[in-house]
Write a protein that binds this ligand. Structure first.
Ligand code: SF4
Length: 248
């Protein structure tokens, strides 16, 4: 079985007027939107700029907007769009490099400036058990293997595109950044470290800039739940203030 689909893709180049180009492509029934974009590139226009790598939602590289909603096209089935026209545009709130490619450097610069890490330290024992479990083995007899486990966040930038605050404050830490601060906070009991993290989240471009639209959580393809993390940080900051005020 195959599907006929029309892609309507926003084309952009620096100093040129934007336009939409349409491409009629045929893809297998089980194809995802990224497969359709590749067909358009392979059979219609080798000048089409888009980004991709893993094809299974673990790199976050291919993020775009599909029919106005932020998505990873590598896991967005074409058949979910009823075989109709599919409009594909680049993420918002990032400079456009060309067509569907945006410059994600500001995202990583923001993370760096905030001085927190995205990856977890090695968790040998835990991951050995987790691997054994998925293989149907006894977790208790699992070997300990060096394994660098990454956070759920794949740094796709989707939450920054969906966030209404980002377009008003480009210095806003953003949902992914604030969620990362919350994860760090959950990992430490060190009072100084916790105070430093909460102080960071309390910045003028931190949690209080969020308008509670919850679009980030709605759009995040990896169940990071950034909005919930932002609300939890607010709670912790207020609790800390309360304690300080009443000298508890
Ligand atoms: S929090 Fe979710 S949407 Fe935001 S960058 Fe990470 S994976 Fe992407």
């Amino acid at each position: 079985m195959s599907l006929q689909v029309t892609l309507k893709i926003l084309r952009s180049r620096p100093h040129q007027e934007q336009r939409y180009d349409t491409f009629d492509v045929t893809v297998p029934d089980a194809a995802n939107v990224l497969d359709a974009i590749e067909q358009a590139w392979a059979h219609h226009d080798r000048d089409l700029m888009f980004r991709h790598a893993c094809h299974h939602a673990s790199c976050g590289t291919c993020a775009v907007r599909i029919n106005g909603r932020e998505k990873l096209p590598c896991i967005a089935p074409v058949k979910d769009y009823d075989g109709g026209e599919i409009k594909i545009e680049p993420l918002r709130n990032f400079p456009i490099v060309g067509d569907l490619v945006v410059d994600v450097a500001p995202f990583f610069q923001n993370q760096e400036a905030s001085d927190f890490i995205i990856t977890r330290p090695t968790e040998n024992e835990l991951d050995g058990k987790a691997i054994a479990h998925t293989q149907g083995l006894d977790p208790e007899s699992a070997p300990t293997v060096p394994f660098n486990r990454f956070e759920n966040c794949v740094e796709c930038g989707i939450c920054l595109s969906a966030c209404p605050t980002m377009s008003a404050d480009y210095k806003f830490f953003g949902p992914a950044g604030l969620a990362a601060i919350k994860r760090q906070l959950d990992k430490t009991t060190d009072a100084n470290e916790r105070e430093k993290l909460l102080h960071l989240a309390d910045d003028e471009h931190g949690v209080w800039r969020c308008h509670s639209a919850w679009e980030c959580t709605e759009a995040c393809p990896q169940s990071v739940f950034p909005a919930e993390s932002i609300m939890a940080l607010r709670k912790e900051i207020n609790a800390q203030r309360f304690k300080k005020f009443f000298r508890l």
